[in-house]
Design a protein around this ligand. Structure first.
Ligand code: GDP
Ligand code: IMO
Ligand code: MG
Length: 431
C-alpha cells in the first residue's frame, strides 16, 4: 500500500474518475486537494453512471474514507446537492466524508464576478471558465478576505456572510451584475452551514493520523497539468495547482510521505475552454474523435476541442509531476483511425521545441511536428489483457513511452470499471 497522487496530465478530462475508481481498492482514503465543482469526474459502475464534481471518487467504494482537503474551494449548495444525490443512490456519507475546516467557501458573488468578468472580456481575454466562481474564490483566499468552511461553525457566521455580501456588492455593481440580497444569502448559507456541520473537521490532523497508522491515501487530482495556474497555459488555466505539488499544500500531508505519482493520459488530446492547443483538429478527424470519445464536458456539456496526442505536453507533464507511470485511457477511441499522428516536437520561427515554452505568445505560434503511425483498425474495447492488444496498438503505446520517457502501467479501453488492465512489468496492484 502506497500513498499515491493521481493527476491529469493534459488539459483535464483524461479519465481520472474512472482510474481512481479502479485503484481505490488499494487505498483506505481518497482526497481531493484542489479545484472545486469545476471538475467533472465520471465513474461507470455496471449500468450506473456517476458524475462527481466535489466528492472524491472513493465515495462510490464501500469502506473508503473521503476527504475534501484545505486546497479545495467549496460551493456549499453544490456540495449539499451532491451528497444528497449519492445518498439517494445508496452510498452513505456520514462518518466517511470529511470536509476541511480550512477549505474556502464559494459565495454567490464569486459566481457572479466569474460570469460578468467573462462577459465583459474581449475575445482574447476570455478564459472560457465553468462560471462556478472558482477564480474569484481563490483570489479572495490569496487576498486573505475569504470565508472558510470552519467559519460555518462560529456563532457570528451569519454576520460575517452579511458583511462579505455588502462588501462585494460594490464590485458587482461596477461590473453591472445583479446584487444578491444580504438577508437571502445569510438565510441560505446559515441553513447550508447547519447541514454541512457534521462533515467539517480538522482534516490535516485526521489524514496525518491515518498516515501514521499505515492507512494508504490516494490523492485525486482535478483538471490537468496544462491547466495548472503556474505550469499551465496561463492565463488560460484554472486558479489552483493541479500538478502533483498541489497534493501536499492542499492536504497537509508532507512531500516525503508520497510514494508514487500516476499520470492519467488519453491516447489523444482534448481541451475545454479557451487557450492554445497546438495539436487541435478543426476538421473531420477532430469531429470523429469527439463522436467516438463522446467528448462533451461532464460539468458544462460544452463540446471538447479534440486533437492528436501531444508528446511535448506529456513529456513536460512527466517532468513537472515526477510521473512514475502512465494510466493511458480511451485507446478504444482510436480504433477506427487508419493513420494516427503524434506530435513529437514544436516548431516556432525555425526553432525546435522539445518542451512546452513558458511564454504564451510563443506557444500560440508553435506548429506541431508530427510523426505518423499506422492505425490498428479493430475493436479493442473487449480486450482484457495487454498481450491481447493488436500489435499496432502495442507499437503505438511503445512509441508514446519512448517519446515521454515514462512507461504505461494501466490501459483503459472503455468507460466501465472492467475495461481496464495493467502492464504487470510496470505495475502490480496490491489488492
Ligand atoms: P476526468 O475529469 O478526468 O475524470 O474525465 P471525465 O469523466 O470528465 O471524462 C472522461 C470520459 O471518458 C468519461 O465520460 C468517461 O466515462 C470516459 N472514459 C474513461 N475512460 C475511457 C476509456 O478508456 N474509453 C472510453 N471510450 N471512454 C472512457
Ligand atoms: P476535470 O477535473 C477540463 C477549464 C475550463 C476553463 C479553465 C478555467 O473534470 O478534468 P475555471 O472554471 O476552473 O476557472 O475554468 O479551466 N476547466 C476544465 N477543463 N476539465 C476540468 O476538470 C476543468 N476544470 C476547469 O474549461 O478553460
Ligand atoms: Mg472531467
Amino acid at each position: 500500500m502506497a500513498n499515491t497522487i493521481l493527476i491529469g496530465s493534459q488539459w483535464g478530462d483524461e479519465g481520472k474518475g474512472k482510474i481512481i475508481d479502479v485503484i481505490t481498492t488499494e487505498h483506505k482514503w481518497v482526497v481531493r486537494y484542489q479545484g472545486g465543482n469545476n471538475a467533472g469526474h465520471t465513474v461507470e459502475i455496471g449500468e450506473e453512471r456517476h458524475v462527481l464534481h466535489l466528492l472524491p471518487s472513493g465515495i462510490l467504494r464501500e469502506g473508503c474514507s473521503c476527504v475534501i482537503g484545505n486546497g479545495v474551494v467549496i460551493d456549499p449548495a453544490a456540495l449539499k446537492q451532491e451528497i444528497d444525490e449519492v445518498e439517494s443512490r445508496g452510498y452513505a456519507t456520514a462518518g466517511r466524508l470529511f470536509v476541511s475546516d480550512r477549505a474556502h467557501v464559494i459565495m454567490p458573488y464569486h459566481r457572479l464576478i466569474d460570469e460578468y468578468r467573462e462577459g465583459r472580456a474581449t475575445a482574447k481575454e476570455k478564459i472560457g471558465t465553468t462560471k462556478r466562481g472558482i477564480g474569484p474564490s481563490y483570489a479572495d483566499k490569496a487576498a486573505r478576505v475569504g470565508l472558510r468552511m470552519g467559519d460555518m461553525l462560529l456563532p457570528d457566521f451569519a454576520e460575517r456572510v452579511r458583511r462579505k455580501v455588502e462588501e462585494n456588492n460594490v464590485i458587482l455593481e461596477a461590473l453591472g451584475a445583479p446584487l444578491p440580497v444580504a438577508d437571502e444569502v445569510v438565510a441560505e448559507y446559515t441553513a447550508l452551514a447547519k447541514s454541512l456541520t457534521p462533515y467539517i473537521q480538522d482534516t490535516v490532523t485526521l489524514l496525518n493520523q491515518a498516515d501514521r497508522r499505515g492507512e494508504s491515501i490516494l490523492f485525486e487530482g482535478a483538471q490537468g497539468a496544462m491547466l495548472d495556474i503556474d505550469f499551465g497555459t496561463y492565463p488560460y488555466v484554472t486558479s489552483s495547482n493541479a500538478t502533483a505539488g498541489g497534493a501536499c499544500t492542499g492536504s497537509g500531508i508532507p512531500p516525503h510521505r508520497i510514494e508514487r505519482v500516476i499520470g492519467v493520459i488519453k491516447g489523444y488530446t482534448t481541451r475545454v475552454g479557451e487557450g492554445p492547443f497546438p495539436t487541435e483538429l478543426n476538421d473531420d478527424t477532430g469531429e470523429a474523435l469527439r463522436r467516438a470519445g463522446n467528448e462533451f464536458g461532464a460539468t458544462t456539456g460544452r463540446p471538447r476541442r479534440c486533437g492528436w496526442f501531444d508528446a511535448v505536453v506529456a513529456r513536460y507533464s512527466a517532468m513537472i509531476n515526477g510521473i512514475d507511470f502512465w494510466a493511458l485511457t480511451k485507446m478504444d477511441v482510436l480504433d477506427q483511425q487508419p493513420v494516427i499522428r503524434v506530435c513529437v516536437a514544436y516548431e516556432y520561427e525555425g526553432q525546435r521545441y522539445e518542451q512546452v515554452p513558458g511564454l504564451i505568445s510563443v506557444l500560440e505560434g508553435c506548429r506541431p511536428v508530427y510523426e505518423e503511425l499506422p492505425g490498428w483498425n479493430c475493436r479493442t474495447s473487449d480486450i482484457t489483457r495487454f498481450d491481447d492488444l493488436p500489435d499496432r496498438a502495442r507499437a503505438y503505446i511503445a512509441r508514446l513511452e519512448e517519446l515521454t520517457g515514462v512507461s504505461v502501467g494501466i490501459v483503459s479501453v472503455g468507460p466501465q470499471r472492467d475495461r481496464t488492465f495493467v502492464v504487470e512489468s510496470v505495475y502490480q496492484p496490491s489488492v
